[in-house]
Design a protein around this ligand. Structure first.
Ligand code: RIB
Length: 331
């Protein structure tokens, strides 16, 4: 889809390019109120955005893709970014941005104002239809992944989260565990909801008592902070809904004199790069992190080259990786 240019605004308002440029550059006092209003109305109608920053940043042939992520510290996201960077075509530049949950829309608008040609959004959007309309108005193709949802009208790259949860449950149940806790974030994004639902439903199907739910932030500190709750729960196994939480939990259990896996088994989710180097190495459900990055980049570049009306839904598989933090239940 062609981006709205200053020429389009001039044509729509039936004035010259210079008139539009001067009015948009705050020199409106040289023109009649009627002309100024016509130009502003045409700009709004067409969703035109002056693109100064982007023009300064790149040659006209280079496409700029904005990538919105929850954070840059979790290796899940940094590995994904590195993969995108490693695979970007010569005519593409990437611009990475993180925002807090309540500032995501502002973050996206910031990226649009900075002149992005397309967006990859990996954060949950509160008002997806409003954002969709905003990006349509600005002719910015975008795709979503991970914590973001497709809401039935957006291109998406995702993994089979429900099956990932089932794989984790199946492994702990195979090892004879029946008293299990799930450590999860307070506000479940739709991918996390599918992940924990898969786990819980699998337990139900196998007549395992409902897992205890312990809520805490989705990071190492979050896992570490709930050690007393975990110990109180008397669970023999823990499903940490990401590897970072699992790392915090392992540290916290060690500090309290508990041995993983002799006293308590721990399974994580993601398979971040350090999972296999930990002592003990972390049993986890692996997400294909690099493939997610590559697929997202391929999809957005496809949309930029050919913004078709087809909705793409790329679904990737998760895999159980059994390492040293889980073992058979001992009475
Ligand atoms: O570790 C970050 C987690 O948040 C991952 O499990 C990923 O799927 C995301 O939602």
């Amino acid at each position: 889809m062609k981006k709205v240019s200053i020429k389009d605004v001039a044509k729509e308002a039936d004035v010259s390019l210079t008139t539009v440029s001067q009015i948009l550059n705050k020199k409106s006092n040289r023109f009649s109120e009627e002309t100024v209003n016509k130009v502003i109305a045409a700009k709004e109608r067409l969703g035109y955005f002056p693109n100064k920053n982007a023009q300064q940043l790149r040659g006209s042939q280079t496409k700029l893709i904005g990538v919105l992520l929850p954070n840059l510290t979790n290796p899940f996201f940094s590995t994904m970014m590195q993969t995108m960077d490693d695979h970007k075509p010569d005519d593409v530049d990437l611009f990475f941005l993180t925002t807090k949950e309540d500032k995501i829309e502002e973050g996206i608008m910031h990226l649009v104002e900075r002149g992005m040609d397309g967006l990859i959004i990996a954060q949950m959007i509160k008002n997806p239809s409003r954002l969709n309309q905003y990006l349509l108005n600005h002719n910015i193709p975008y795709i979503v992944l991970d914590q973001s949802d497709d809401h039935g009208f957006t291109d998406i790259v995702k993994t089979n989260e429900r099956n990932g949860g089932e794989l984790a449950a199946a492994h702990l149940i195979d090892y004879g565990h029946t008293y299990i806790s799930i450590i999860q974030p307070h506000n479940l994004t739709s991918n996390m909801k599918a992940r924990t639902d898969g786990f819980i439903k699998y337990c139900e199907m196998h007549e395992i008592p409902s897992p205890i739910i312990i809520e805490t932030p989705l990071n190492k500190e979050g896992g570490f902070a709930v050690i007393d709750d975990i110990i109180k729960s008397k669970s023999s196994a823990i499903f940490a809904t990401n590897d970072e939480m699992a790392i915090g939990i392992m540290r916290g259990l060690a500090d309290k004199g508990f041995h993983v896996p002799n006293d308590i088994s721990v399974i994580g989710f993601d398979n971040i790069d350090i999972a296999k180097y930990l002592v003990p190495s972390l049993t986890t459900v692996a997400q294909p992190i690099k493939e997610i990055g590559e697929a997202a980049l391929a999809l957005i570049t496809h949309k930029l080259n050919q913004n078709d009306a087809v909705l793409h839904n790329v679904a990737l598989h998760n895999e159980l990786i059994i390492r040293e933090t889980t073992q058979h239940f001992k009475k």
